[in-house]
Write a protein that binds this ligand. Structure first.
Ligand SMILES: O=C(O)c1cc(C(=O)O)c2c(n1)C(=O)C(=O)c1cc(C(=O)O)[nH]c1-2
Length: 233
């Protein structure tokens, strides 16, 4: 019988998590096309309409994490993620979902058309629902770990801000505010999410479980783009 593999140091564990960025949807052919100006208007609209389903489900996912978390400190921090997307109401910050609606309007989708979710294809629905359901049924620290794809998100938002105005002059730049707002929020989220993950997954077997969880989430994002790519050939 071979001895159990030694646990990774905190730094090594973080490096292993970050290395999974190689499988981030930033490298998906549909995203590569989007970023290099090769998508038609209807393909951009299809992506925005389908991604809206992810946006509206993120607060449900974060609510599920809170509902499973007995730690007051963590809940206090985590609740701000819900408000980031839902907004504060009453003329204050309107939130990420509303910003996504504005992105929709900038690409030619009516508000009602987005909210109706009639463009959402089955593969996107299944993938997003899998994420929410995962958060509902696993220990909250595992659900936190699954949010760590956000480690790789600032770059994808920065790419859109740099490249969309160059390639897609038909999209009003005000529509890109969502991407701008997410860069610092994602960095804040990751700092907290990494703290929880590096603390919780302590044995080597658990650390490897964390990598599997991260891969599961990478696969969700990848599957969404597979489904969108197929729907808008
Ligand atoms: O545009 C993207 O590619 C992208 C990816 C991700 C991600 O990696 O999960 C998120 C977001 N955007 C995003 O805007 C966002 O608010 C967000 C929250 C989460 C999460 O898992 O809690 N991921 C993401």
């Amino acid at each position: 019988m071979t001895a159990a593999a030694p646990r990774w140091s905190r730094n090594e564990f973080e490096s292993q998590l970050r290395a999974r960025g190689a499988g981030y949807h930033i490298h998906h052919p549909f995203n590569v096309k989007m970023n290099s100006g090769q998508l038609r208007e209807d393909q951009i609209r299809g992506w925005v309409a389908n991604r809206f389903y992810y946006q509206v489900n993120i607060p449900l996912k974060d609510g599920a994490i809170i509902s499973n978390c007995p730690d007051r400190e963590t809940r206090r921090k985590w609740v701000s993620r819900i408000l980031d997307h839902d907004g504060h109401g009453g003329g204050g910050d309107e939130g990420g979902i509303e910003a996504w609606v504005r992105l929709g309007e900038a690409v030619g989708l009516e508000r009602d058309e987005l909210w109706s979710q009639r463009h959402v294809v089955p593969g996107v629905r299944f993938a997003v629902d899998a994420y929410v359901n995962f958060a509902r049924r696993v220990p909250w620290q595992e659900a936190v770990c699954s949010s760590l794809t956000e480690m790789f998100a600032p770059q994808i938002h920065k790419d859109r801000l740099a490249n969309w105005p160059v390639h897609y002059g038909w999209i009003a730049p005000e529509g890109l505010q969502y991407f701008r707002s997410r860069i610092s929020l994602a960095e804040r989220d990751v700092e907290h999410g990494l703290q929880v993950t590096l603390d919780y997954f302590s044995s080597r077997a658990q650390q490897e479980r964390a990598l599997d969880i991260l891969q599961f989430k990478l696969d969700i994002l990848w599957s969404m783009l597979d489904a969108i790519e197929k729907a808008y050939p």
